[in-house]
Design a protein around this ligand. Structure first.
Ligand SMILES: *Cc1c(COP(=O)(O)O)cnc(C)c1O
Length: 376
């Protein structure tokens, strides 16, 4: 959703504040820490932060590559005038290959039959499509097995319409450094790379590490690192905290839109999952499960710098908060769902822990209808 500028938060029921300075800061830190160029991963609307704005900020910060999950995301970037190299990390339907040729978008390949259709489509489009060969070194998702890499790459190189640009892999457990899985994946991937070398095949580009891999495994950095979550200023997992200096880029806010005292024994919200025990100050805030909040008990938000409980069922567009501890609360006050207010802070990690999920899912769950406001 586009928002008018200059931005007037009083004009928003709920909004996300995205600090593009934090994104650039985190990118710089990742570049320094790894000593490698960073490919920011901007799939899923840049983890909810906004595909176009985040990508433009990353390009301003000097990146050459962007990573997306789907060709639709890559085409949206081109339509917005983003001209850097773009890699589609997931599957691309063959009928989109013509567009990839035209727009200079790199695709992932790992299956001969599918790659053959890519070659045919590219030739038909009058060009060739750049491809990155995915090796499955242990993730069990996309990719040819390391022992089949040489044969596959040799075959790809023989196809008119295909231009092999890179070889890459993906780590399954880089955020759990207590396991030796990633060392094993690096070893298998290195095995495939040296096999290729023996055959005289030197890929122009080799990449493997996600954020956790970039932080925990120097041997997995190769020619560039593909970072998503760390660029947004959040840790890949509780086992992989971010080093000093990273800044979360996203805050989520709303307004207190109702404030009144309910008498004792009054039900609150659908199905009366909460009853007042005495006179209670009950507020309503303008966010609900349709915005990406969760319809579960035990949520908290910040009002006037204090953590207050959400009471009763979370509705689609609203929910209620118990404000007895915040007598100074006033209707139309700003309320924080993710971010800082006074000395208190709720992080996407806090919500993830409370909701039994990971910070990635909290961010990706933030609905499109919530306007994004960008701070430079
Ligand atoms: C999503 C993704 C990444 C980025 O992962 P983060 O953990 O957010 O850094 C990197 N590579 C691939 C293939 C991905 O799908």
């Amino acid at each position: 959703m586009e928002i008018q500028r200059p931005i007037d938060i009083e004009a928003c029921s709920t909004w996300l504040e995205i600090d593009l300075g934090a994104i650039k800061n985190n990118l710089n830190l990742l570049t320094k820490l790894t000593g490698r160029p960073v490919m920011p991963v901007v799939k899923a609307n840049a983890y909810g932060h906004g595909l176009i704005e985040v990508s433009k900020a990353a390009v301003e910060a000097g990146v050459d590559w962007l990573g997306v999950a789907r060709i639709e995301e890559a085409l949206a970037l081109r339509a917005a005038g983003v001209a850097c190299k773009i890699l589609v990390l997931g599957y691309t339907p063959p009928r989109r290959v013509g567009a990839a040729v035209q727009e200079g978008i790199s695709l992932t390949v790992y299956d001969k039959a599918v790659a053959q259709t890519y070659a045919d489509e590219a030739v038909q489009a009058g060009g060739s499509v750049k491809v990155h060969v995915k090796v499955d070194s242990g993730m069990g998702r996309l990719g040819v097995f390391p022992q089949n890499a040489v044969e596959f790459v040799r075959w790809l190189k023989g196809q008119r319409g295909l231009d092999v640009e890179a070889v890459f892999t993906h780590f399954a457990r880089a955020d759990e450094p207590k396991y030796d899985t990633t060392d094993g994946q690096i070893e298998k991937f290195d095995g495939a790379l040296s096999q290729l070398k023996k055959e005289g095949i030197k890929p122009k580009l080799v990449h493997a590490a996600n954020s956790a891999g970039s932080l925990n495994y120097p041997a997995g950095r190769y020619d560039l690192v593909r970072c998503g979550i760390a660029m947004y200023g959040l840790p890949p997992s509780p086992d992989t905290p971010l080093p000093e200096g990273f800044m979360p880029a996203l805050s989520w806010k709303t307004h207190l839109v109702s404030l009144k005292t309910l008498p004792p024994g009054h039900g609150v919200s659908y199905n009366f999952q909460y009853f007042t025990k005495k006179d209670e100050r009950i507020g309503a805030i303008a966010i609900g499960y349709a915005d990406g909040f969760r319809r579960r008990a035990g949520n908290f938000v910040l009002v006037r710098g204090k953590r207050v409980p959400v009471v009763g069922a979370v509705c689609m567009d609203q929910c209620m908060v118990q404000l007895d501890d915040v007598p100074e609360a006033h209707i139309q006050d700003e309320v924080v769902l993710i971010g800082r207010q006074g000395n208190e802070m709720i992080s996407a990690d806090d919500l993830a822990r409370d909701w039994g999920t990971i910070n990635y899912e909290v961010l990706c769950g933030l609905a499109d209808r919530v306007p994004r406001i960008y701070i430079k």
